[in-house]
Each structure stands twice: as structure tokens, then as C-alpha cells.
Design a protein around this ligand. Structure first.
Ligand SMILES: Cc1ncc(COP(=O)(O)O)c(C=O)c1O
Length: 498
């Protein structure tokens, strides 16, 4: 196997590593908590997910490839629900868990969540259509969004969606009118801003938030009165979502305290059966992330809600949460193939750029939020000393980074398969066709079998909506359908969009 054409020592560039990143004793190790539950290495050192080697998956489905560990996803959905049900029952109330479909939704994933007893949150007509196509009962869905269209509101009320989250004053009239038109009484929540912003290890509490979602908490009494004035609306309670990738319970505690103060006042005007504390529970993206175990989180949150209600002398309402990332994030792993290597001198240190066959079109989070990820060679192990690497995508954008910093064996080479863990949430769902790359397939693995949940896009897909081709469209290579002239060079292309 060819080695890196560099005279640098293998761990060159360590001074460029972020402060949190440690040089691993073994750059092949799979850090606990970072990889999906069935991920392991076999005796040959190959990465195995759901009983399938990375190499066999890449050979069958190509790369980049989103691999979803079904056991992991369903297991987390089940354990989240049972842990929260147990702890909230302990304090004398019920809890509903809504899977936040925006994290990653396909009909099969919606069915998994449904089968594991989770409700589903959608935030567009498209997400609603996918959940309905999966056979999910609309009564078990919530509908979010700061600018739901009149059509979305009309559809949601007509089909009997469980709850609509009112996000701005103008929506009260819109939802009330739609429900009345369809002879329905629509359950609604009111999204408020608690002034609590939580992100990862810390939270910030302010009086007001400068953001597009929800309404200020002080406006809630008047808006709830407006909701209650409509016979076609039924007020369920307040809703709040304080952020993403939150570790610990402190941010939720502060938010629950602020919401329950208003909730208690609202009880004077009528029933308030529920409180929805949103999602945002963090997962491990790198070896230094240590999310709170779900049992501990559920126990702390139940205690916090119970204590706040006792202080205010009010009954504990039914509670709802909306986790997305905490259910599906760790279940996902993306496989890439290494194409080029480039040692780059950075102030006398070497940063090794390892470029792969995907990038910001299959994972926008590093470019969008500077999100950190980890990486390992999936097709083999190696005794080579660790080298600091930056995994870059193939897009025409210098911010197209997949992994800002991690260590790989220093003999990483073109043709190696790389695996990036924790890509189940907000990767496929934010995927794009930038540079006309087709979106990769999604494959579910379980017990040694793999099945396609969403097929990858081909060149024919990429050209399918281009009206410049006339009615016949285009076909390439093995794709059937459409009409092309036999002499067109496009017929010489492999039916791949990479
Ligand atoms: C209202 C609401 N609920 C739930 C979620 C899910 O968040 P997470 O996937 O971080 O749990 C989001 C994410 O943006 C959200 O906006």
C-alpha cells in the first residue's frame, strides 16, 4: 500500500490541533459513545456496522454512503421513551415523546419511531407528507414552523393533525379559520421564548430573545386568551425549544421554571393540560463530548418539573419533549473514499488535507456551524503513528470541510474508506446538490443485512427538472427511460453523479 509522500514525522502538525483534541494512543480506536451501538472492528480490523463491513457496503452501494444502524436508532427511541415515561410516572404525570422529523425523516424511519411508541413532529407540508406516507396517524403528529403556509395549515387541520404549534399572533386567526372551515376543534400549543439559550455545556438566560421563533413569554396571557376565544381551537399549553446539542439539565430547569410561572397564571383562565419543553438533547460528536445518560436526564427533568409545580401549588401537567438528534444522530455513520492527500505548510507545521468524495453537500454542519466530527479509517487498521488530519470535501468552496481535526494513522492513503460517526441527524436532511453532486443513498443495516431507505441520485435525477431538455429528458448509461440521441457524449457517462 502506498504511503504518504511526505518527509514529515507522522504526527507532524500536532501543534495545529485544537486544545481539546488529544493524540490517541491508537488512531484506530472507536471511542465509546461516539459510534452506533453495533459498530465494532472485526478480526481483520475492518469497521462493521449492523453486521456489515464498511468495505462490503461501499462495494454494494458506493460512497459517500449514509449508513443507519437500525438497532441503534430504534433502541434509542425505545429507551428515551421508557426512561422518560418511568420518571414522569414517578412524579405523577405522563410524558409524550415527539421524534423531531427534521433531524432525519424517511418513511421507514417514521415507521421505526411509530413502532417504538414515539409521536412525530413535522415542520413542513413535505415532512407531513412523508410521515403520512409512512402510515403514521396524524393525530400523533405535531406541526411546527414560523411561517406555515395557508395551504399547510389547511391541510393539517383537515387531516386531523394532533397539535399545531402557534408561532406568531397572526397564526391564531389562520388556524382558527381553517379548523372552523373543516368543522374541527384544533389542539394548539403556543411557542414562547423563555429567554434561555442553551448550547452544549452552558446556557444563557436573558429577558428577551432576538429571534424568529415563538413569542415573548410576557405576551402569552393575551395570546392564550385570544386562542381561548375561538371555539375552533383548544389550548393545550406552552411550548419552548431552547437550543441544540444541550448537555445536562440546567438549561431545561431554568426554562421550565420560567414557563411554569406563566403556566400557573394561565390556569386561572381555563385548563392547561400540557407543557412542552422541546428538544435539543446533546450527543457525542467527538471523544470529548459526554452527554448525560438518558435515565439520569429523565430523572433530573422529572424532579425539576415536579419541584417547580409544588412550589407554585399547581398540578403537574402532562409533559412533552421533542428529541431529534438524541434519537437518530448516533445511529448514522457516513462512509467516504479517500481521493487525494495534500500536506499543507501552516506556519512551519504540516496540516494533512485528506480529500474525500463527498463534503458539504452531504454534511453541511461543519460549514454552517463549524461543527466538529471525528473520523477513522474504516477499511483497515494500521500501526502507523497518528497524524493530524483535516478531512475536506470535493466542493468548490474552501469552507467545505467534513472533519476539522482528528488523528488518523499516518499512512492514510487514496482508496482508504473513511467513516465519520454521528452523522444521523441534520446531515441527510440538510443535503444539497451543490456542484451537481447527487445526494448519496441511505442504507439501513441490521443483523448483517442492508437495505436502501432512500436511493442515491443519478445524473438522470439531476437533469430531471431541467426544462431545457424538452419533454424527453435525458438518460445516461444504465438508466432507462427518457430519450437521447445516441451520439451524445452524455451517453458515455457512467450513471453516477460523481
Ligand atoms: C421546535 C423544535 N423541536 C425539536 C427540535 C429538535 O432538536 P434536536 O434534534 O436538537 O433534539 C428542534 C430543532 O431545531 C426544534 O426547532
Amino acid at each position: 500500500m502506498a504511503t504518504l509522500p511526505s518527509t514529515e514525522p507522522a504526527d507532524a502538525g500536532a501543534a495545529l490541533a485544537p486544545a481539546w483534541l488529544r493524540v490517541p494512543d491508537d488512531a484506530n480506536d472507536l471511542a465509546p459513545g461516539l459510534w452506533s451501538t453495533t459498530t465494532t472492528r472485526n478480526d481483520a480490523g475492518e469497521l462493521v456496522v449492523g453486521g456489515r463491513t464498511a468495505a462490503s457496503l461501499a462495494a454494494e452501494f458506493g460512497t459517500p454512503l449514509y449508513v443507519v444502524d437500525e438497532t441503534d436508532a430504534r433502541g434509542r427511541a425505545a429507551s428515551f421513551r421508557t426512561a422518560f415515561e418511568k420518571e414522569f410516572a414517578r412524579v405523577g404525570t405522563t410524558v409524550s415523546i415527539y421524534y423531531a422529523g427534521k433531524a432525519f425523516l424517511s418513511t421507514e424511519i417514521a415507521r421505526w419511531m411509530n413502532a417504538e411508541g414515539l409521536n412525530i413532529d413535522v415542520c413542513s407540508g413535505g415532512e407531513l407528507a412523508v410521515a403520512l406516507a409512512a402510515g403514521v396517524d396524524p393525530a400523533r403528529m405535531g406541526f411546527h414552523g414560523n411561517n406555515k403556509s395557508l395551504t399547510e395549515i389547511d391541510d393539517a387541520t383537515r387531516i386531523g393533525i394532533g397539535t399545531i404549534v402557534i408561532d406568531s399572533p397572526i397564526e391564531i386567526e389562520r388556524v382558527a379559520a381553517a379548523a372552523a372551515r373543516h368543522g374541527k376543534v384544533q389542539s394548539v400549543r403556543l411557542r414562547v421564548n423563555s429567554g434561555v439559550h442553551a448550547h452544549t455545556h452552558s446556557f444563557l438566560a436573558t429577558a428577551h430573545e432576538d429571534q424568529k421563533f415563538g413569542v415573548v413569554l410576557e405576551a402569552a396571557p393575551a395570546l392564550v386568551a385570544a386562542i381561548r376565544s375561538h371555539p375552533s381551537l383548544s389550548f393545550r399549553g406552552l411550548h419552548c425549544h431552547i437550543g441544540s446539542q444541550i448537555f445536562g439539565a440546567d438549561g431545561f430547569a431554568e426554562s421550565a421554571s420560567r414557563l411554569l410561572a406563566v403556566h400557573a397564571d394561565l390556569l386561572a383562565g381555563g385548563p392547561v393540560p400540557e407543557l412542552n419543553l422541546g428538544g435539543g438533547f446533546g450527543i457525542a460528536y467527538t471523544s470529548v463530548d459526554t452527554p448525560t445518560p438518558v435515565d439520569e436526564l429523565a430523572s433530573r427533568l422529572a424532579d425539576i418539573v415536579a419541584a417547580e409545580c409544588e412550589t407554585r401549588g399547581i398540578p403537574i401537567p402532562a409533559i412533552a419533549f421533542e428529541p431529534g438528534r438524541a434519537i437518530i444522530g448516533t445511529a448514522g455513520t457516513t462512509l467516504y473514499e479517500v481521493g487525494t492527500l495534500k500536506p499543507v505548510d501552516v506556519g512551519g507545521q504540516t496540516r494533512l488535507y485528506v480529500s474525500v468524495d463527498g463534503g458539504m453537500s452531504d454534511n453541511a454542519r461543519p460549514a454552517l456551524y463549524e461543527a466538529d466530527y471525528a473520523v477513522r479509517i474504516a477499511s483497515r487498521t494500521s500501526d502507523a503513528a497518528p497524524a493530524l488530519v483535516r478531512i475536506a470535501g470535493k466542493h468548490c468552496e474552501s469552507g467545505d470541510i467534513v472533519v476539522y481535526a482528528d488523528y488518523l494513522p499516518g499512512d492514510v492513503t487514496p482508496g482508504d474508506l473513511l467513516a465519520v460517526p454521528a452523522t444521523g441527524a441534520y446531515c441527510w436532511s440538510m443535503a444539497s446538490n451543490y456542484n451537481y453532486l447527487g445526494r448519496p443513498p441511505v442504507v439501513a443495516v441490521i443483523d448483517g443485512t442492508a437495505r436502501v431507505l432512500v436511493r442515491g441520485e443519478t445524473i438522470a435525477d439531476l437533469l430531471a427538472r431541467d426544462t431545457g431538455l424538452g419533454a424527453g429528458g435525458v438518460s445516461t448509461g444504465s438508466t432507462s427511460g427518457g430519450s437521447t440521441t445516441d451520439t451524445s457524449p452524455i451517453n458515455e457517462l457512467k450513471d453516477s453523479s460523481r
